[in-house]
Each structure stands twice: as C-alpha cells, then as structure tokens.
Design a protein around this ligand. Structure first.
Ligand code: ZN
Ligand code: ZN
Length: 240
C-alpha cells in the first residue's frame, strides 16, 4: 500500500516551506544570515568588541591603565576572573532582553560561542561548566532558564561537560530597584552545591554581571563544596 513518505517528517517540511516564504533574517539588523543563525556576521562582530581597559579580575572598566579596579585591589574575589562581552547597553542590552524576556532562546547558541571565545582552555584548569541557578518561582513562570541555555551552549563550544552544580534553596526577591547592600544581603547563602566537588575548575555562566554579588555567591558555594578555581562568564556587565 502506498504511503506518503513526507508524512513521516511534517515539521521539517513545514520549516522548509517557512524558510522559503520567510527567508532568515538577523534578529538585530534584519540583514541576511546563514540558515538557522539568529545573528548576522556584522552584529556578532559588534557584540564582541569588548572594552580594552578592563579589570583583570571582575572585568569592569578599570581605567587609568590599571590592571585591577579599585574594588578588586582591596577585596579578594571568590572567583579567579569574570569576563563579559561588554557593557549592558546598545546591542548587548537588546540581545540580553530578547533572551531573558522575549523567549528568543535561539540567541543562546551564538552568544555561548562568543562567551567560549573569551576562554583559553589550555591555560586554565577547567573541567565543568554550570550556570547561576534559577529562582524556582521564576522558573515556574518562564519554564526555561536563559543562563542555563547560555551555559549549555558555552560548554558545547568549549568541549566541557555542562552540569547543574548549584541550586537555590529559597526564592529571593527580584534584585531590580534594590540598593547594592540590600541585594548582597538578600543573596547571602542563596546557593548550595548539589554534590561535593573534587577540585574541578568550574566556569559559571550568567546573563548579566551587576554588582558581581550573585556570581560571587555561586563561586563561594562551589568553593565551599570542594570545587577548584571558579571562572565567570556573563554576556554583559552593568556599571552599578
Ligand atoms: Zn545583524
Ligand atoms: Zn575589579
């Protein structure tokens, strides 16, 4: 009996027709892109134009030709370094908001590749990639966790395994609109490691580096559980 073979793969057929009707466009500039790529080459290049003078530890704008910012010069950090693609404005802000609030999950892959490009795996003791864990309440509302998508894409690009190493035992109130001191206070012991480490170096991925309090808490929880050096990658950093 004759069977239409196309019935076996209807989603692929629909996608192919859709691509003919609506050729893929860059999410940011609507220019032409390679199939399945959300961003064009020019927009990716713009995303990766990081500021030249940054603090070697926290990645903020150090200025004045200093290798460390004034904060990192006096306060030790629980992570070895934190790097981001650039400041939270312009293109980067659009991309982060699209990923976080508008469900543009396809952006995680190219951003993960860009984050991975800031790491030299040969010169660091890195074994695992994880993310800052989601707030359980917010995960319910949104059903996916942008930082996890980013971390998975980064891990794939670097060739390291991704693991959910941290969890958030209690919901913390939204950070927006609170003072630096309130945010840091609310985050105290906000994360717990899911299992003990054996001195593995870990990259922690998050979307935005604000005060650094969130990633510092994540790094502290990992160190306390026996993991080795912690490295932080975020898409953008804000100047508080
Ligand atoms: Zn573009
Ligand atoms: Zn610094």
């Amino acid at each position: 009996m004759w069977r239409a073979t196309s019935l076996v793969e209807p989603p692929r057929a629909v996608a192919a027709v859709g691509a003919l009707l609506y050729p893929p466009r860059c999410y940011l500039c609507a220019g032409p892109v390679h199939l399945m790529e959300p961003l064009c080459r020019a927009c990716k290049a713009e995303l990766f134009s990081a500021p030249t003078e940054t603090c070697g530890v926290c990645g903020c704008a150090a200025g004045g030709g200093q290798s460390l910012c004034s904060d990192c010069a006096v306060t030790p950090r629980p992570y070895l370094w934190a790097r981001s693609l650039g400041s939270y404005d312009g293109t980067l802000a659009v991309v982060v908001q699209a990923l976080k609030y508008h469900g543009e999950r396809a952006l995680a892959r190219p951003l993960g590749k860009l984050l991975a490009a800031m790491v030299d795996p040969a010169s660091e003791e890195i074994h695992l990639v994880t993310c800052v864990p989601p707030d359980p309440r917010r995960l319910k509302q949104r059903s996916y966790h942008p930082a996890r998508d980013l971390a998975r894409a980064t891990a794939r690009a670097l060739g390291f395994p991704y693991r959910d190493l941290l969890r958030k035992p209690r919901a913390t109130p939204p950070q927006v609109g609170r003072s630096r001191r309130q945010r840091i206070g609310a985050l105290h012991e906000a994360f717990r490691a899911r299992r003990l480490g054996k001195d593995e170096g870990v990259i922690v991925v998050d979307d935005v580096f604000t005060t650094g309090a969130t990633v510092a808490e994540a790094a502290r929880a990992l160190r306390a559980a026996g993991y080795g050096d912690v490295f932080v990658l975020t898409v953008a950093h804000t100047s508080d």
